[in-house]
Design a protein around this ligand. Structure first.
Ligand code: ZN
Length: 423
C-alpha cells in the first residue's frame, strides 16, 4: 500500500470515528445478534481480558496462544494492559459482505465481521473497548521448490503476473481465528446447547467454567488453531460462480507439509493444489487453498507418531490392509476430524460453486456439498507425485472408498501394498 493511500485511509477512519462517536449510546456489554445483516446490528465480539466488564464471550483471543501470553506477562516481558494499535493493519483486499453472512446457521465457527474492526466498530474503539480483529488479510510471495520444478517442466508459466520471473507466486493470505456461536454449533451437531456446553467443559478439564455458569454468553473463542486461506487471483471472484474456482481444503500435517516426511501424501497434495490453483488464476479463474490446523487427523502429532510405530512394527509389517485398524487401536477412532465446520470458511467468501476440488476425502466432499456448495470436478494427485512409502496410506484410503480417478485395489492386491520398515 502506498503512503498516500495509507494516509487517506487513516483520515477516513479518523473522520468516521469523529462523526459517529457522540451519537451512539454504547452498552457496557455489547449484545451479539449472531447472523444480523450489518456489523452494527450484530455487535462486536469482545474477548479481551484487559477490560473484563466489556466481555461478551467465553475464552480469549488467539485461543491456542493464551498460555504463552500468560507466561510472557508473568515473566514481566509483556505489558498486561496492552491494547493493540490497529493503525495501518486494515485488510489489503476487501471481502465484501455476502448473503451467507446473514443466513441463519450458515457461518457459525468464525466471525464474518472480524476483519474490519476499525471501520465497523470505530465508535466502540474510541470509547475504550478493546476489540480485536479475528481475521487479518495481507499479501505475500510464495517460494516453493515444487512450483519452480513445475515451471522447469513447463506445467506452469512464469507470466510476470501471478508468477514472477524468478518463480515466486503472488498470493493474498487470510488468517482466521475461530469464533464459535454455541447455540448454532450445538444445532449443527444435533445436540442441545446445554449438552454441548457440558461436554466442552468436562473434556477440557473444566478450563472454562463460564460454559456452565454463564448461559447468557453465547460465543466461545476456543483454544484451537486458526485457519489460513491462500487466494490466487482476485478474492472477490471467489463468490462469482461464473469464474472457475480450483480449491483444496487441507488439514495440517507438519511432518510432510513442512519437513517432507514421505509416509503420507500431504505435502504433494498441498503443493500440487497450489500449482493447479495458480494455473486456474492464469486462465482467468481463481484458486483457493484453505489450511486447517488439525494435525494428525485432529489427534495430534504424538498420537500420530505412535500410530506410525504400531503400523510398522505389526506382524507382517506396514500394510494398506490394516492401515485404519492400527490407527483406531491407538487413537480410539480412525479419524477425529469432523468436517462439519470446515465449509464455514467457504461461505465466508460467498462460494456457491467449486469447479475443481482437490481432495480424495469423501468426508470433506460431503460436508461441502451438504452445506449447499456445488462441486463440479473432483481431482486426485497424479500417481508420480505419491512417495513410495505413502502407497500404504493412499491404497488404504482408496479401498475405504476415498475418491480416486484411478480406482481402488482390494483383497490380495491390497495386502501386497507394504510400507518401509522402521529405520
Ligand atoms: Zn500427512
Amino acid at each position: 500500500m502506498s503512503t498516500d493511500i495509507a494516509s487517506t485511509k487513516e483520515s477516513i477512519v479518523r473522520d468516521h470515528i469523529r462523526l459517529t462517536s457522540h451519537t451512539i449510546d454504547l452498552p457496557s456489554i455489547p449484545p451479539i445478534n449472531w447472523g444480523a445483516a450489518t456489523p452494527q446490528e450484530r455487535g462486536p465480539v469482545v474477548g479481551t481480558v484487559t477490560e473484563r466488564a466489556h466481555r461478551n464471550c467465553i475464552g480469549s483471543h488467539s485461543g491456542s496462544y493464551t498460555i504463552y501470553r500468560a507466561l510472557s506477562i508473568a515473566s514481566g516481558k509483556f505489558p498486561k494492559a496492552h491494547k493493540p494499535d490497529l493503525n495501518n493493519t486494515q485488510p489489503t483486499d476487501t471481502i465484501s459482505p455476502q448473503p451467507s453472512w446473514s443466513m441463519p446457521d450458515k457461518i457459525i465457527s468464525l466471525d464474518p465481521w472480524g476483519a474490519n474492526i476499525v471501520e465497523d466498530f470505530g465508535d466502540y474503539l474510541e470509547h475504550g473497548y478493546n476489540i480485536q480483529p479475528t481475521i487479518a488479510v495481507t499479501k505475500a510471495h510464495l517460494q516453493l521448490p515444487e512450483i519452480k520444478e513445475a515451471i522447469r517442466e513447463k506445467r506452469l508459466e512464469a507470466d510476470g503476473k501471478f508468477v514472477t520471473a524468478s518463480g515466486d507466486v503472488r498470493v493474498t493470505k487470510i488468517a482466521i481465528d475461530p469464533v464459535w456461536h454455541l447455540p448454532s454449533i450445538a444445532k449443527r451437531f444435533g445436540l442441545t446447547e446445554a449438552a454441548l456446553r457440558k461436554i466442552l467443559f468436562r473434556e477440557t478439564g473444566g478450563m472454562f467454567p463460564e460454559l456452565v455458569t454463564r448461559s447468557d454468553l453465547k460465543i466461545l473463542l476456543p483454544p484451537i488453531g486458526s485457519t489460513t486461506a491462500y487466494v490466487f487471483g482476485n478474492v472477490s471472484d471467489l463468490s462469482n460462480p461464473e469464474v472457475e474456482l480450483t480449491c483444496r481444503v487441507h488439514d495440517e500435517c507438519n511432518g510432510s507439509d513442512v519437513f517432507g516426511s514421505d509416509i503420507c501424501t500431504c505435502r504433494p497434495y498441498l503443493t500440487y493444489g497450489i500449482e493447479d490453483a495458480v494455473r486456474t488464476a492464469q486462465r482467468g479463474g481463481v484458486g483457493l487453498i484453505v489450511y486447517f490446523r488439525k494435525e494428525g487427523r485432529a489427534l495430534g502429532e504424538v498420537t500420530k507418531f505412535l500410530v506410525y510405530n504400531a503400523r510398522k512394527r505389526q506382524k507382517g509389517g506396514d500394510s494398506a490392509a490394516t492401515y485404519f485398524e492400527r490407527t483406531e487401536c491407538v487413537a480410539g477412532v480412525q479419524d477425529a476430524r469432523f468436517q462439519e465446520l470446515m465449509p464455514d470458511v467457504l461461505h465466508f467468501f460467498g462460494i456457491t460453486k467449486i469447479h475443481n476440488l482437490h481432495s480424495m476425502s469423501n468426508m470433506k466432499h460431503d460436508a461441502i456439498v451438504n452445506s449447499g456448495i456445488e462441486v463440479i470436478n473432483r481431482l486426485s494427485i497424479p500417481d508420480d507425485l505419491i512417495p513410495p512409502d505413502a502407497q500404504v496410506e493412499i491404497e488404504a484410503k482408496k479401498a475405504a472408498g476415498y475418491f480416486s480417478v484411478a480406482g481402488a485395489k482390494q483383497g490380495e492386491q491390497l495386502e501386497k501394498v507394504k510400507g518401509r520398515d522402521l529405520d
